[in-house]
Design a protein around this ligand. Structure first.
Ligand SMILES: Nc1nc2c(ncn2[C@@H]2O[C@H](COP(=O)(O)OP(=O)(O)OP(=O)(O)O)[C@@H](O)[C@H]2O)c(=O)[nH]1
Length: 304
C-alpha cells in the first residue's frame, strides 16, 4: 500500500452515483489521495464536466433518468470532455453489460461491491495515463522557443472558434503581427539575440491579451497570431494597440530599423458573415491588413 501511495498522482475525480452509500464507500477509499467531486445524477454529471472537466470519472451504470452509458456516450461526443477517462462501476457482471460499457466509451470497469485495492489501483493507473497524455498534448501544442501556443494549436483554436461563432452568430476577431526588419536584427545582433528578442516580444504581447478565451500563438518565424473570441473590431484594435505599446516599451535596441528599437506591424480582422465564408477568409483579411501596415511604414496597426 505504501508503494501505491508514492506512485499515486493527485487528480480531480468525479464520482457519479445516485446512492449515498456508494458515494460514501468510494469517498472513504479515495479521498486521501485525490480531489473528489460528487454528482448524484447523469444530468448533474454532464453539467459538472462541461463547466470544469475532471481528470477521471467513476460512473455508476444504473441510475434513474439518464443512465451511466448515455452519460458516457454524450461525454465522448463533446470535444471538451471526450478525453476524460470513464471507469464504470457496475452492479452486474454479465457479458452484455461489460460490452455495453466498452461500446459507450469506458476505459475500464469495477464491479460492485467495490474492492478497495482494485478501485485504488485502477484509478491510479488511468489517472497516470491521463495526466501524462495531458502533458504530452500540452507540449505538442506549445512553441518550444517562446512557450506560447504553436501553429497547430492556433489552427485548432481558430477552427473551433469559427464553428462556435457560426453557431452562436457571435463575434470573433483575429490579429496577425510581424516583427519589423527582423532579418536585419538577426544580421546585426546574431541569431541568439534574435531568439531572445522573440521570447521578450511574446511575453510583452501576452501581457496585452487578457481574457481567458484569448489565444496568442507563434504563427511561424517572427510572426504571431491572436484569436479573440467574442471580440469586435474596436476591441481587437485596442488589443493590437496595447500589444504594440508593450513591444515598444521593451525598448530593445534595433539600430538598422527606422525606429532604432524593435517594433511590430499588426493586421486586424473581425468576422463579417457577408464577407467571410470560412476561417481562412478571416485569416487572409488579417494578413492583408498586416501587409498594409508593412507597406505604409510599419510600427502600426491596420484594420481590414
Ligand atoms: N533568431 C531567429 N530568427 C528567426 C526565427 N524565425 C525566423 N527568423 C528570422 O526572421 C527573419 C524574417 O525576415 P523577413 O521575412 O525578410 O522579414 P523582416 O526582415 O522582419 O522584414 P519585414 O517583415 O518586412 O519588416 C529571417 O531572417 C528569419 O531567419 C527564429 O526562431 N529565431
Amino acid at each position: 500500500m505504501e508503494q501505491l501511495e508514492q506512485r499515486q498522482p493527485r487528480g480531480k475525480v468525479l464520482v457519479v452515483d445516485d446512492q449515498a452509500i456508494n458515494i460514501r464507500v468510494i469517498h472513504q477509499l479515495l479521498n486521501d489521495e485525490h480531489q473528489l467531486f460528487v454528482a448524484t445524477s447523469g444530468e448533474q454529471a454532464l453539467e459538472f464536466c462541461l463547466n470544469s472537466p475532471p481528470d477521471l470519472i467513476l460512473l455508476d451504470v444504473v441510475m434513474p433518468g439518464m443512465d451511466g452509458l448515455e452519460v458516457c456516450r454524450r461525454l465522448k461526443q463533446e470535444e471538451s470532455t471526450a478525453r476524460i477517462p470513464v471507469i464504470f462501476v457496475t452492479g452486474h457482471d454479465d457479458k452484455d453489460e461489460e460490452e455495453a460499457c466498452w461500446l459507450a466509451g469506458g476505459v475500464d470497469f469495477v464491479p460492485k461491491p467495490v474492492s478497495g485495492m482494485t478501485l485504488r489501483h485502477r484509478v491510479m493507473t488511468h489517472l497516470t495515463f491521463k495526466l501524462q497524455s495531458d502533458l504530452l498534448r500540452e507540449m505538442a501544442l506549445m512553441d518550444g522557443l517562446t512557450g506560447v501556443a504553436n501553429r497547430r494549436r492556433f489552427d485548432e483554436a481558430l477552427n473551433a472558434e469559427w464553428r462556435r461563432s457560426q453557431r452562436s452568430k457571435g463575434l470573433l476577431s483575429l490579429i496577425m503581427l510581424d516583427i519589423d526588419h527582423f532579418k536585419a536584427f538577426n544580421d546585426e545582433y546574431g541569431h541568439q539575440a534574435g531568439d531572445d528578442c522573440l521570447k521578450q516580444v511574446a511575453k510583452a504581447v501576452l501581457s496585452a491579451v487578457r481574457r481567458p478565451g484569448d489565444l496568442l500563438a507563434r504563427y511561424g518565424g517572427e510572426e504571431f497570431a491572436i484569436v479573440l473570441p467574442d471580440t469586435g473590431k474596436q476591441g481587437a484594435k485596442e488589443v493590437a494597440e496595447a500589444a504594440a505599446d508593450a513591444i515598444r516599451e521593451l525598448q530593445i535596441r534595433h539600430q538598422p530599423s527606422d525606429h532604432d528599437q524593435v517594433t511590430a506591424s499588426f493586421g486586424v480582422a473581425s468576422l463579417d458573415l457577408a464577407r467571410h465564408s470560412s476561417a481562412k477568409d478571416l485569416l487572409e483579411q488579417a494578413d492583408e491588413a498586416l501587409y498594409e501596415a508593412k507597406d505604409s511604414g510599419r510600427n502600426k496597426v491596420c484594420v481590414g
